[in-house]
Design a protein around this ligand. Structure first.
Ligand code: DCP
Ligand code: MG
Length: 444
């Protein structure tokens, strides 16, 4: 077994309607996700389409020697935004949905008296619990997800804290995803309450915004919950749009409003910029996408290192990531956040077993839904742990052949041997290779 570990820190109204020009072209993977092939493809496209010979990645040498890229007024930045190239990447129709204060909303639905109270879902303040989420009344007191329940109770003395009922939330989630599936099979679920849908291939005359509205309505009728919807031409902006008018939001960002919309957009919305990156960038006086746009590629390379081209495009509202989950997935994993830190190793193993059961069920369904010949092979097994202090560790080992819970157990043991402290999240999964060998799994 070849293993590797990694330790990281914790990671208005509608402007206008989305033009409905039809396109059968799906964008490729993001350079971040599938770098090599697509970067080559992008380079190729840039060579063909931009006036100057512009490499997608600007090497250190060319930064020094090529007068085109030395200054911010060099022209290379605008070359990267070649109109034809950009129009190609603004033809998709992407929806993003996210249920509002999900766990809390389910509890309020089932006990309407809770609607008038500040409500948190999570572990109790007495037992070092952590909140999974809070309703919007509680949020107005500064209560947030992942906050310790004791701090939340200090911020909001009348806070009612209920333990989560994951079984119930999973059942609701299944109902919501079944509604999504009535419109497209191109669904990428990000969590129980959040998903991207690619509706580029809608029949002529069917508008993406109408589909989004209809889904919102159906979700409410079926579950009694409000879901926020974003409509745009890529994942980045669809996700921003669903957040824009939360709760019960609906917002459209059409290609024609790309530039105006992103100019003053906070960099915290950019995919790949977390809290820590945000602080670092703010120190460089970069607060908005417009601030990134105004920097030369040379400066961006210094600030973002290898991610600078992606960040350049994101700052212009261009995102090459495709809605994934229906095509060639590169991994399949499941994780669970606990509402109280898990302290005992035996308890951790039992939780891992539960996560494994969940993963196993979903993975089997994923495999069964595939056509024969499209079934990917498993190339590695992965276990992920987030500690009480939000430090995250993953450990993975290459694996071919049949495997079961025991293999994941060994990976967790390895992690715990290195650091045996209370944990708040456990995840496991597999990395997938192209369909070559049949996946063999030993069933429980
Ligand atoms: N969750 C969790 N731990 C976190 C964040 C979220 O257990 N740190 C759970 C509880 C949430 C659910 O996942 O209800 C969905 O997460 P969201 O981030 O979408 O948060 P909410 O749906 O609660 O709120 P919002 O209205 O902001 O979407
Ligand atoms: Mg949500």
């Amino acid at each position: 077994m070849i293993c590797k570990s990694s330790i990281t820190g914790s990671p208005g109204e509608s402007l206008a309607e989305l033009p409905e020009e039809s396109s059968s072209e799906l964008p490729g993977e993001s350079p971040q996700e599938l770098p090599l092939e697509l970067r080559q493809e992008l380079r190729q496209e840039l060579r063909q389409e931009v006036p100057h010979e512009v490499p997608h990645e600007v090497s250190e040498e060319s930064l020094e020697s090529d007068p085109l890229v030395l200054g911010s007024d060099s022209g290379i930045e605008s070359s990267l935004m070649n109109a034809e190239f950009i129009s190609k990447w603004t033809k998709s129709k992407i929806l993003h949905f996210d249920l509002d204060c999900f766990y809390a909303a389910v509890e309020m639905r089932d006990n309407p008296a809770l609607k008038r109270q500040p409500l948190g879902i999570g572990g109790s303040a007495q037992s070092r619990g952590v909140l999974c989420t809070a309703n919007y009344i509680a949020r107005s007191f500064g209560v947030r997800s992942a906050m310790s329940s004791s701090l939340a109770a200090r911020k909001c003395p009348n806070l009612v804290i209920l333990p989560p009922n994951f079984k119930k939330y999973k059942a609701v989630s299944r109902e919501v995803f079944a509604i999504f599936a009535q419109y497209t099979s191109k669904i990428q679920g990000l969590s129980l309450d959040e998903a991207f849908l690619d509706v580029t291939d809608l029949p002529p005359g069917v508008l993406a915004r109408d589909v989004a509205r209809e889904i919102k309505k159906k979700v409410f009728e079926k579950t009694g919950l409000t879901i926020s919807a974003g409509v745009s031409f890529n994942k980045f902006l669809a996700k921003v749009a669903s957040d824009w008018k939360k709760p019960d939001g609906f917002f459209v960002i059409p290609p024609s409003h790309r530039q105006v919309f992103v100019r003053d957009l906070d960099i915290k919305y950019i995919f790949g910029i977390g809290r820590k990156s945000c602080e670092r960038l703010n120190a460089h006086k970069i607060f908005t996408c417009g601030d990134i746009q105004r920097r030369s590629l040379r400066e961006l390379k210094q600030v973002f290192d290898s991610r600078y081209v992606d960040m350049f495009y994101m700052s212009h509202g261009i995102d090459f990531r495709r809605v994934d989950g229906f095509g060639d997935r590169k991994s399949f994993s499941v994780e669970e956040t606990f509402y109280e830190d898990i302290v005992e190793p035996l308890d951790m193993m039992q939780r891992l077993f539960r996560v494994y059961g969940d993963w196993h069920t979903r993975f089997q369904k994923y495999i069964l839904d595939k056509n024969e010949g499209d079934v990917p092979s498993v190339s590695a097994l992965v276990v992920k742990v987030k500690y009480h202090d939000f430090k995250q560790t993953t450990h993975e080992c290459r694996f071919r052949g049949s495997f079961g819970f025991e293999e994941f157990q060994k990976l967790l043991e390895y992690i715990l041997d290195k650091r045996r402290e209370p944990i708040r999240l456990l995840g496991l999964g597999v990395r997938l290779d192209k369909p070559e060998d049949q996946v063999q799994m030993s069933l429980l």
